[in-house]
Design a protein around this ligand. Structure first.
Ligand code: N01
Length: 648
């Protein structure tokens, strides 16, 4: 296999031949804390980690402090030092980075993070992933001769499915990935609507074991993310294990074999049954479109498309278009299409809070791109830096202060965040006070997903062909949407950016447990799992993106799913090391764990706010959200606890 075909290719950089002036110019665009860390790793020169250069990392507000809050003087010194170091590195012939002693790595990490966070070191080492792959299983199926015939099924081939497949391959296990679509990629294959891109910085929204150095943007667009996923699948050698166009419909636990009977249907309609010892679900939770059942919807003669079902035949040019919803999907679609339509009616129930993000659509600056392409491991440290900032994120701003009395906000910090966002809104809509009133949320920031704003949404709402409709939709007729105030909006195309059936985990998969019980019936709309991964009575079944694992204002879903996959490999290892066949979570740990989760969620903006959100299920319980920091989830999933399980 050529080097280009392996995951190591992600780390490849070009030798530096640039002039001193070009290097200096590139450093001018650098993310300095990450650059100092990179150069310290390359040269092991302590001057790069001098106390006066340490980024203070102030807590996040609406905005993120540029350069980790370094003073202008510190930035100037850091730039001069980094430029000199890079020139020296070029003149020395760009030697390959040697594996640093572990204490040196810790020293760099400690330089980047705020003092007093040594408890995060293991987690952070996992994220920088230098020199070794920290999340690798560390065992091989050949260590357990009786396990030679063992088979694992993975359902789904998005980020989590690819992670699972990669780790299973490292452990030498025989596995099959079932993918219902005709290509790998999950939501990043499915969502092709106009404007589709990330709203989490993409260095952080990438896999620890496949760290791409040369992202072109801070918030990449869908094609670049999909290309990345397909690259990871190819380079990690898992493609040949993926069965495309094959949807798993049913899982039945076969107690006699202690294995799952998996029924999958191919695109031609044929069903195929096969037994697997373990099953990992990697189905995501934001991929079963929710299209509201508006009265009269079947009588509408125009076209209706859900955001996640966008396809190349959908055209908007010159049409009268309705955009229903103002969540993350609508927020990206509206600004992208509004200049092409003859009319756009945006139907809003609750306005979103917007996080000012002026660079949201920008390419990375040329100097930054140059550094990523020429300085070994710079991309890893940029990723690490973004990860560190996200570890705490805005969690402290969404915590309820019981002594805080305010009709909207929930704490002094939350109020400060609200005021910062309000100020931007007031500025953006200063010329349209009637719109300002409608786009101002009346719930605490953080209660729903906050959206990235670089001014394009307000600009769209103010365009002459665009109208904001805040009245509730009453019904649809042949050619129009009607609202409860009696108004009608004739349209040719309705775009439902109305979200997903997120509360129904694993929907529509039918899962029958060891006593014949149906998983969805057990949950009865209120899904719970131990660590978000296991459910009692459903042995050898491990979920990714399960109940209460979604992060709202800190961290990324990629991190959580890596934790879940690594935990699963630990659990499988434990079963094999004991010469056993099955593991089932006990009821009591599930109850205990969920009490802990519910308590954490109770004091968060998304639980106390009255506003609707996909974070809550039909009983009003926050069943999606992880209420704590990332360290907690990392710690909980970093060991498999036999005492919380029944094993046989
Ligand atoms: O869906 P949503 P989404 N009548 O559920 C409205 C991820 N994501 O697809 O707010 C009228 O957030 C509903 O109104 P309300 C991300 O995690 C990421 O936009 O409930 N309106 C709301 O405005 C995100 O959170 C990216 O009052 C109705 C909207 O439809 C998640 O996916 C991009 C209605 C639904 O918003 C879901 O986002 C896109 C009705 N009957 C998505 N029913 C990235 O950038 C619902 N609505 C990575």
């Amino acid at each position: 296999m050529s080097e280009d075909e392996t995951l190591a290719a992600f780390d490849r950089v070009q030798p530096i031949v640039a002039s001193d002036a070009e290097i200096e110019a590139a450093v001018g665009d650098a993310d300095l804390p990450a650059l100092l860390a990179t150069l310290a790793l390359l040269t092991q020169d302590p001057a790069l980690l001098a106390e006066e250069l340490k980024p203070p990392s102030p807590s996040m507000t609406a905005r993120i402090a540029p350069q980790g809050g370094m003073s202008p003087q510190a930035q100037a010194k850091a730039r001069a030092l980094a430029t000199r170091t890079l020139i020296g590195y070029r003149d020395a012939g760009c030697p390959a980075a040697a594996a640093p002693p572990p204490e040196w790595l810790d020293r760099i990490v400690q330089f980047l993070i705020r003092s007093g966070h040594d408890d995060l070191l293991d987690l952070l080492r996992h994220e920088i992933n230098v020199p070794d792959d920290q999340g690798a299983p560390g065992w091989h199926v050949s260590d357990f001769p009786h396990a030679a015939d063992l088979k694992v099924a993975v359902i789904g081939s998005g980020f989590a499915g690819i992670t699972a497949a990669h780790r299973l391959k490292q452990a030498g296990l025989d596995f099959t990935v079932f993918e219902k679509n005709d290509e790998i990629g999950g939501v990043w294959w499915e969502n092709t609507y106009p404007g589709c891109r990330l709203d989490t910085p993409n260095f952080a929204y990438s896999l620890s074991f496949a760290q791409k150095q040369d992202w072109t943007q801070q918030f990449s667009q869908q094609p670049e993310i999909l290309r990345y996923l397909l690259d990871v699948a190819r380079r990690s050698g898992i493609r040949s294990h993926v069965r495309l166009n094959t949807e798993v419909e049913q899982l039945e636990f076969d107690a006699t074999r202690s294995a799952w009977k998996v029924t999958a249907r191919a695109a031609d309609g044929t069903a195929h049954v096969e037994h697997f010892n373990f099953v990992i679900t990697a189905m995501g939770l934001l991929n079963r479109p929710h299209v509201p059942d508006f009265p009269g919807i079947d009588s509408f003669q125009g076209e209706i498309v859900h955001s996640a079902a966008w396809h190349e035949r959908v055209t908007v040019e010159g049409k009268r278009v309705a955009l229903i919803g103002t969540g993350a999907s609508a927020f990206q679609i509206g600004p992208e299409i509004h200049s092409q339509v003859s009319q756009l009616h945006v139907f809003q129930r609750n306005p979103p809070w917007m996080l000012p993000t002026p660079n949201y659509h920008d390419d990375l600056k040329p100097g930054m791109q140059w550094l990523l392409n020429h300085v070994p491991y710079y991309g890893r440290w940029v990723r690490f830096w973004q990860f560190w900032i996200g570890v705490e994120g805005r969690l402290h701003l969404v915590e309820v202060d019981p002594d805080w009395k305010h009709e909207v906000s929930i704490s002094a910090g939350n109020e400060a965040l609200r005021q910062e966002c309000l100020a931007t809104l007031q500025q953006q809509f200063a010329d349209r006070p009637e719109l300002l009133e409608h786009v101002t949320p009346h719930y605490p920031p953080g209660a729903k997903r906050m959206l990235r704003d670089n001014g394009t949404w307000p600009e769209m709402l103010k365009a002459k062909q665009v109208g904001l409709v805040t009245q509730e939709i009453s019904h649809l007729t042949q050619d129009a949407i009607h609202t409860k105030d009696g108004k009608s909006y004739p349209v040719d195309l309705i775009i439902c950016a109305t979200g997903f059936k997120a509360a129904d985990f694993l929907y529509p998969l039918k899962v029958t447990g060891r006593s014949g019980q149906d998983l969805h019936a057990c949950w009865d709309g209120d899904c719970r799992a131990y660590l978000g991964i296991s459910v009692p009575g459903f042995p050898n079944l491990f979920m990714t993106s399960g109940p209460n694992t979604g992060v709202v204002v800190n961290g990324s879903a990629i991190f959580s799913s890596e934790c879940q996959v690594e935990y699963t490999l630990r659990a499988i290892r434990h079963v094999l090391s004991q010469g056993l066949k099955a593991v089932d979570c006990r009821e009591e740990p599930l109850v205990r764990y969920n009490a802990y989760i519910d308590k954490g969620n109770e004091s968060k903006a998304w639980a106390v706010a009255k506003t609707s959100s996909w974070y809550k299920n039909k009983s009003g319980r926050a069943a999606q959200t992880w209420p704590f920091g990332m360290l907690e989830y990392w710690s909980l999933t970093s060991t498999f606890k036999p005492e919380d399980h029944v094993l046989w």
